[in-house]
Design a protein around this ligand. Structure first.
Ligand code: IVH
Length: 668
C-alpha cells in the first residue's frame, strides 16, 4: 500500500507522462475524462496534505491570478541573434566559409526550422525547472517562470536520465496557428485590437501578468539549443535528441545534413512544406554540428559564425488600392474588401483582400488609392498589413465605412459587443437571403448535391425559392425550364433534396444560419437539447448551462426561435421530413470495425473533412493519433501528405491507405 506521499508522487508522474504524450508526442494514451479524474484526485490530495506541496506539481500548471512585476535575470551566456540570408547561394557561401575556416576538416550541418515566436531560456537544476527567462536585451531578461509553467509541453521535471546537474535550454515560445486564429476571432468579437501575427501574440501572451490567461491561450514551445557543462554529447544534434528523451519538444524537422546538396534539398523541401506545419516559421537555421568545431569558428559581436538563418521570401507585396467594396454576408455583417491592382504574391495573383472591419481600416489609416502591403496571413488568405503612406496622393480622403447597406440601402447598425456593422434587414436583403440559401445547401450542412452557389442564387432570382423551406417544395418541372438546366440536373437536385432528409439533426441546426451558431456550437446545442422542440423551449439559464455556450449565443438562439418567420420555416422543414432530433445511436459507436486500431490522418481530403474522418474513426471504435509510431496501424492519407511523414511510415512499415479504401473498410 502506498503512503499518501507516494500516491501523490505517482499521480504527478502519471499526469506528467500523459501531458508529454498529449502535448509533445501528439499521441495520448488516456481519455480526457480519465486525465481529468487523475488531476482532480491529485488536487484533492494536495489540498488535504499541503505538507507535500511542490511548486512543480502538474496541478500548478493552470496558473494563478496573482500579478506581480517581472524580476530580471542576467543571462550567463548572452542570447545572440543569427546572421540572415535570403538565398540558397548565400547559404552555400556560409558552408564554404565554414569549410575554409575548418581547413578542410569533415563536418556535418544540422538543418532546423526557424520558429517565428519569442525566444526563451529555461534553467534546470537536478532535473527540475528552476527559472524561465526571456531574451530581454540579450544580456538580461524577465523571469517568466509562472507563465512558462502553464505550457504543458514544457517538462517541469525531466524524464529519462543523463541530464547534467545544471543546464540551460533555449527555444522558441510559439502560438500555433489554430490558437492564434481562435484568439483573434475572440478578440474581434470583444472589439479588442487583433494581433498582427502569431509572433506578436506569443510575446504579448508571455508578458501577461496573469498566468491563468496565459494558460488559456494555448502557447507551445520548441527547443533548439542546449547549453552547459557536461553535456551528454560533443555535438548539437545528439544533444537535442537526448533533450527530446528528457521530455522537450524538439521538432521532427531537425535533420543531420552531410553537405551542400543536402542543405539545398532541405531548403527546397521546407520552402513549401512549412505551410503544413501547425506553427509559424520564418525561415530555416543551419548549424555546424560539432561543438568543438563551433568553438573553432567562434562568434562575431552579434552572432555565431557557426550558424546562419535562411529567411523565407517575405510573402509580401506592395500594390495600389483601387477601391474598397462593402460586402454583405449571410448574417448581414458588412465586410470591407480592398480591391487591388493585381499583384503576384507567392505564386498566385491577388486582387482582393479582406479588411475585416471598420477598426482595422482606421488602425491602418487607409486613404483612397493608397499603396498597400499585402501579405498571406496564415499563408492562405491575403491580408492588408500596412500602408506606404509616403506614396499617398495629396488630399486623398481616408476610407469611410458605409452607413447604409450597399445591397438594400437599409441603415446599418453596430451591435453592442461587436466590432462590425450589420444590415438589420434580414429577410428583405438579397445577399443575406441567397447567402443563407447557399449555406444551407453547402457540403458541411445539408450537402445537397446539384445545388452549388450559383444555382442557389439563380433559384432565388427566378423566384422559385425565397427561403430554405421552399427548396423542399421544388418540382422537377420548375427546375427543367431554367436556363442551362435539363432533366438530368433536375433529377439530380431532386435526389439531393431527398438524400438530405437523412442529414443528422446537428447539421440541420447548423444549416439554419442561427447567428453565432457555427458548426461546433450547433453540435453542442443539438446534443444537449436532443431535439428542436426542446431547444426552442430552453431558457437562457438552461442554454448557458451547456458547455461552452455563453449568454451571447443563448440570446441569439432564443431570438431566432422567437421570430415567427423562423418558426414557420422550422415547421415546414419538419413537415418535409428533415431530422429534427438527435439520432438514437449518434453518441454511441456505429461499429467496432476499427476496434483497437490507431490511425494517423495526414494530407488533404476530398470526400470528408479531417474532422469528419476523425469522427468516423472514433465512431467505428478506432483511435486517431497525431504522430506516426510503431503503434500506428495505418495512415489515412490524402493529397500532399508530407514527405517526412511518408518516409517515417515507410521506415516503420506502416501501411498508407487512401480515403476510398478507408471508406470501404468502414462501409456497412
Ligand atoms: S539558434 C546562437 N535556432 O531566431 C544561436 N534560433 O535570430 C541562437 N530562432 O533569437 C539561436 N528558431 O529566437 C536558433 N532553430 C532555431 C531557431 C532560432 C527560431 C530564433 C531565436 C533567436 C533568433 C535568432
Amino acid at each position: 500500500m502506498d503512503t499518501i506521499e507516494q500516491e501523490i508522487e505517482r499521480l504527478r508522474r502519471d499526469i506528467e507522462q500523459y501531458n508529454h504524450e498529449y502535448y509533445v508526442l501528439n499521441s495520448p494514451t488516456v481519455s480526457d475524462k480519465e486525465y481529468d479524474m487523475l488531476m482532480k484526485k491529485l488536487e484533492q490530495l494536495e489540498l488535504q496534505h499541503p505538507e507535500y506541496d511542490d511548486p512543480l506539481s502538474p496541478s500548478h500548471r493552470v496558473g494563478s491570478d496573482l500579478t506581480k512585476g517581472f524580476e530580471q535575470w542576467p543571462h550567463e551566456r548572452r542570447m545572440l541573434s543569427l546572421g540572415n540570408t535570403y538565398s540558397i547561394e548565400e547559404v552555400d557561401e556560409f558552408v564554404h566559409r565554414c569549410s575554409d575556416a575548418l581547413s578542410g576538416q569533415e563536418f556535418s550541418i544540422v538543418g532546423e526550422m526557424k520558429f517565428d515566436g519569442t525566444s526563451i531560456s529555461l534553467h534546470y537544476e537536478n532535473g527540475r525547472l528552476v527559472r524561465a527567462v526571456t531574451r530581454g536585451d540579450g544580456e538580461k531578461g524577465d523571469v517568466v517562470t509562472d507563465n512558462i509553467k502553464t505550457i504543458r509541453s514544457i517538462p517541469l521535471r525531466l524524464s529519462g536520465s543523463g541530464w547534467p546537474e545544471k543546464f540551460e535550454i533555449r527555444g522558441e515560445i510559439v502560438l500555433p496557428w489554430k490558437a492564434f486564429d481562435e484568439l483573434n476571432a475572440e478578440r474581434e468579437f470583444n472589439e479588442e485590437p487583433l494581433f498582427a501575427n502569431p509572433r506578436n501574440a506569443a510575446s504579448g501572451t508571455l508578458k501577461l501578468q496573469n498566468p491563468a490567461e496565459v494558460a488559456r491561450r494555448g502557447l507551445d514551445a520548441y527547443f533548439y539549443y542546449l547549453l552547459g557543462e557536461n553535456l551528454p554529447h560533443d555535438n548539437h544534434y545528439d544533444n537535442m535528441m537526448e533533450a527530446r528523451k528528457w521530455g522537450f519538444k524538439v521538432s521532427d524537422a531537425m535533420t543531420l545534413l552531410k553537405g551542400i546538396d543536402d542543405v539545398d534539398n532541405y531548403i527546397t523541401h521546407w520552402d513549401t512544406e512549412r505551410r503544413h506545419l501547425p506553427v509559424a516559421t520564418d525561415g530555416l537555421v543551419f548549424k555546424i554540428n560539432s561543438l568543438r568545431q563551433q568553438l573553432n569558428l567562434g562568434y562575431t559581436a552579434k552572432s555565431p559564425r557557426w550558424a546562419i538563418a535562411y529567411k523565407f521570401q517575405a510573402e509580401r507585396a506592395l500594390t495600389r488600392l483601387r477601391f474598397v467594396s462593402f460586402e454583405v454576408g449571410r448574417m448581414g455583417v458588412i465586410t470591407p474588401v480592398a480591391n487591388l491592382e493585381p499583384v503576384l504574391l507567392s505564386g498566385t495573383i491577388v486582387k482582393r483582400a479582406s479588411l475585416h472591419n471598420e477598426d482595422i481600416i482606421q488602425q491602418l489609416d487607409i486613404h483612397e488609392h493608397d499603396m498597400l502591403y499585402v501579405e498571406k496571413g496564415g499563408e492562405i488568405i491575403p491580408k492588408i498589413t500596412g500602408v506606404e503612406s509616403g506614396d499617398r496622393e495629396p488630399d486623398a480622403p481616408s476610407i469611410k465605412f458605409v452607413t447604409h447597406c450597399p445591397a438594400c440601402g437599409t441603415e446599418l447598425v453596430r451591435i453592442e459587443g461587436e466590432a462590425s456593422w450589420m444590415c438589420p434587414n434580414k429577410y428583405g436583403c438579397l445577399p443575406q437571403q441567397t447567402g443563407r440559401l447557399e449555406h444551407f445547401v453547402g457540403r458541411r450542412m445539408m450537402n445537397i448535391d446539384g445545388i452549388g452557389e450559383e444555382t442557389a442564387t439563380l433559384l432565388f432570382k427566378e423566384g422559385l425559392v425565397k427561403n430554405i423551406a421552399d427548396l423542399y417544395d421544388l418540382k422537377p418541372e420548375d427546375i427543367k425550364v431554367l436556363e442551362r438546366f435539363g432533366e438530368r440536373s433536375a433529377d439530380r437536385i431532386m435526389a439531393g433534396l431527398k438524400d438530405s432528409l437523412n442529414v443528422p439533426f446537428e447539421r440541420v441546426l447548423y444549416a439554419l444560419s442561427i447567428p453565432f451558431a457555427g458548426e461546433t456550437v450547433s453540435k453542442k446545442l443539438a446534443r444537449a437539447a436532443g431535439s428542436i422542440d426542446r431547444l426552442m423551449a430552453m431558457t437562457s439559464d438552461e442554454l448557458t448551462a451547456i458547455d461552452d455556450i455563453g449568454p451571447r449565443i443563448a440570446e441569439s438562439v432564443i431570438e431566432y426561435f422567437q421570430n415567427p418567420a423562423n418558426r414557420e420555416i422550422v415547421e415546414r422543414l419538419r413537415a418535409a421530413g428533415l431530422q429534427m432530433e438527435i439520432a438514437a445511436d449518434s453518441s454511441t459507436e456505429r461499429s467496432d470495425k476499427l476496434n483497437g486500431k490507431t490511425i494517423v490522418i495526414s494530407g488533404v481530403f476530398t470526400k470528408h473533412s479531417r474532422d469528419e474522418y476523425k469522427e468516423l474513426i472514433e465512431s467505428n471504435g478506432g483511435k486517431n493519433s497525431g504522430s506516426i509510431s510503431k503503434k500506428t496501424d495505418f495512415i489515412l492519407a490524402g493529397a500532399n501528405m508530407g514527405p517526412a511523414k511518408l518516409e517515417k511510415a515507410k521506415k516503420l512499415g506502416v501501411p498508407v491507405i487512401d480515403e476510398d479504401t478507408f471508406l470501404n473498410m468502414i462501409a456497412d
